[in-house]
Design a protein around this ligand. Structure first.
Ligand SMILES: [Zn+2]
Length: 244
């Protein structure tokens, strides 16, 4: 009987939608689109008040949250709606990330927790840059899981997962949602710009984003997919592991 129950549970695909950098386009455009379909996202925001995503890399000016009172209220309402807010460092710059891994991990956690009045258990490494000192700092700061690079585009339920370097699949245009529904697997997807290159890194258009989310909502409605936050996905995968 346990075997049957486990088999049934394992059949659904788990999908987690993550958004990096706390970009304006994500808060203003992606969130309403997700809310219309009732799908949760996980937003990894940078803990500083710069209005522009100043990451030390050459690109157009990308607007990000300034942590204005309005944005803070919006993020609080997002959490009530079922979204997750995670940390994405203080500076999002090199060499700071390598020089002060402890400060980047701890201070971004504290900054967000203070403003949102919530525990922040998830971290995301800027530039997919994960070293031993950086990973240790994230573990020691009290996070429960962290999103890393793009080696593994999904995890099967029996795969061993490094909870402090969970890989993801960077979304491009013309993605088909059917690729994210392997039964029993956890698909962690990553978005940056929603709009044009003026909005964020590797952008997809708003129309393309809407199409992907609508397809995903259809799969959720058909019962083949469960869309969950990063924290919830990690928790569910940990539970599956303890059952196997
Ligand atoms: Zn980033």
């Amino acid at each position: 009987m346990t075997g049957m129950a486990a088999a049934t549970i394992h059949k659904k695909a788990l999908v987690t939608l993550t958004f990096d950098d706390g970009l304006r386009c994500q808060l203003d455009r992606a969130v309403p689109i997700l809310d219309r379909s009732g799908l949760p996202g996980t937003f990894f925001v940078v803990a500083n008040t710069d209005p522009i995503h100043t990451d030390g890399v050459q690109h157009p000016d990308w607007s990000k949250t300034t942590w204005s009172e309005k944005d803070i209220q919006w993020m609080k309402s997002m959490i009530k709606q079922g979204h997750e807010i995670g940390a994405h460092s203080v500076s999002h710059r090199r060499p700071e990330l390598d020089l002060d891994p402890k400060g980047e991990a701890e201070n971004s956690k504290r900054w967000i927790e203070t403003r949102l009045g919530e525990k922040i258990p998830s971290y995301c490494y800027p530039f997919y840059h994960v070293t031993e000192p950086i990973k240790n700092a994230v573990m020691n700061a009290g996070y429960k899981q962290a999103r890393g690079g793009t080696q593994n585009s999904f995890y099967a339920s029996q795969d061993s997962v490094d909870w402090f370097a969970v890989d993801c699949h960077q979304i491009a245009i013309n993605e088909q949602a059917e690729n994210w529904v392997r039964p029993g697997c956890w698909h962690v997807l990553t978005y940056h710009g929603i709009g044009t290159i003026e909005d964020g890194w590797e952008p997809i258009t708003v129309g393309e984003f809407e199409r992907q989310i609508a397809e995903l909502a259809k799969l959720r409605d058909s019962g083949s997919v469960s869309v969950v936050t990063f924290k919830e996905g990690a928790d569910q995968m940990r539970r599956l592991h303890s059952e196997i």
